[in-house]
Write a protein that binds this ligand. Structure first.
Ligand code: SF4
Length: 404
């Protein structure tokens, strides 16, 4: 029986220690070392449900299109639209993002309006002090603050690794890791807490102000931090003061109630209070959200208005990675104000029902090579190990061929 080591493109942890085993006839037998999410991600792409051709909707009918027809369809729709919004660019590889960005530049040069959803978000959280690597999170961090986020489902292997080393002997000789949870409702993490800050009655801005009182040394009686008693406030203070290497794990997009500058000021203040320092790890909901920032910057530079543009309803939406839209752990509900949606997705879904065309594409790390940036900023090469159907091309190939 043959087996192969692969990289998983199932979430932004981009695990590179996954194996796949094949049957004698070359079909996939099983995945080894992947989490439940990665397992279903890989198996889905090799299942019979997978689209092997574009599906166009016309007057309630479905028509399957070949490559040439798909490209002509895209050229016509893009040329006719005066404004286009791109969604889900964080779900594709760096090479695909670069090619799409080049095409966006061409579209803008034709005096059309273009926005890229999520770009502001990814450029913002990169401003926060970041961790060096996931490995440092596992080996060095002694205090974790999980801020309104729960990686047990969204990033299962990451959380397993962080948890597994908890309380065990580590080379650094550090004591058990502490888990501080800031959350609005109970989750699978709740039972692992050392300190739980229930902020269901407090918005994030108020919460940060109260937290800063603690860091400023105000009397504990004057501080109203979530539901914490004076005794718990004292324990929290002790944990923080002793922290050598702390990590704030937060979801993206950031909470609507906290701005990046508030969070940045807060971390700065925290870092002058603790023994060592706290860094920030964004649990990006899209696999290559951080790579998107690099790709777009490479094509547009830092100051281009593309970073300021906020999507307003456009004539046309172009959506990548529709599989994420079905992801129950994706914090963002995608709703498209655009009447016309072109969807790059590999399965039929409720979203594809509303799209004028659904175009399957080759998945990096399975059907094509590529590169993506892990949530800690490390670039991971994704290598092809299975051939896609003849009409399934990479996003890069598709966009290279679009002529405007
Ligand atoms: S944690 Fe993410 S990258 Fe790792 S196996 Fe699971 S889905 Fe794949």
């Amino acid at each position: 029986m043959k087996s192969k080591r692969i990289q998983c493109f199932g979430c932004s942890v981009l695990c590179d220690d996954i194996y796949v085993e094949f049957e004698e006839d070359g079909s996939l037998k099983t995945t080894i070392n992947s989490c439940f999410r990665g397992n279903s991600f890989i198996k889905n792409y090799l299942s019979e449900n997978r689209l092997s051709q574009s599906v166009q909707k016309q007057m309630g009918l479905e028509m399957f299109l070949g490559n040439e027809e798909t490209i002509s369809f895209l050229e016509k729709e893009i040329s006719e639209a005066n404004s286009i919004n791109f969604y889900g660019m964080g779900t594709i590889s760096y090479q695909d993002q670069l090619q799409v960005s080049l095409k966006i530049k061409e579209i803008i040069d034709k005096k059309k309006t273009v926005s890229i959803d999520g770009l502001n978000n990814s450029s913002e959280f990169l401003l926060l002090p970041s961790l060096s690597t996931i490995g440092q999170g596992i080996n060095n961090v002694d205090v974790f603050i999980f801020w309104n986020t729960n990686p047990t489902h969204s990033h299962p292997k990451l959380f397993g690794k962080l948890l597994f080393s908890r309380g065990m002997f580590r080379l650094s000789g550090k004591e058990m890791k502490k888990f501080i949870l800031i959350q609005k409702e109970d989750s699978d993490l709740t039972r692992l807490k050392d300190i739980l800050l229930d902020i269901s009655d407090q918005n994030s801005s108020q919460f940060i102000k109260e937290f800063e009182k603690l860091l400023d040394g105000k009397p504990l009686e004057e501080i109203s931090l979530g539901n914490l008693s004076i005794e718990n406030l004292r324990t929290l203070k002790t944990f923080l003061q002793a922290t050598e290497y702390g990590l704030i794990v937060g979801a993206t997009p950031l909470s609507d109630h906290v701005s990046i500058s508030e969070l940045s000021d807060f971390i700065q203040k925290l870092n002058s209070f603790v023994k060592g320092r706290f860094a920030y790890m964004p649990l990006t909901s899209l696999t290559n959200e951080i790579g998107m920032y690099s790709a777009v910057t490479k094509i547009f530079g830092m100051d281009d208005k593309i970073f300021q543009s906020k999507p307003k309803p456009a004539d046309l939406a172009i959506v990548f990675g529709g599989e994420y839209l079905r992801d129950e752990f994706n914090p963002k509900e995608f709703e498209y104000p655009e009447k016309k949606v072109i969807l790059f997705d590999n399965f039929k879904s409720n979203y594809s029902k509303n799209a004028i065309i659904t175009i399957p594409y080759a998945i990096p790390g399975i059907e094509c090579d590529g590169c993506a940036t892990r949530l800690d900023g490390i670039n991971v090469d994704l290598l092809k190990w299975n051939s896609p159907e003849e009409d399934v091309k990479t996003i890069k190939e598709i966009f290279e061929r679009i002529s405007l």
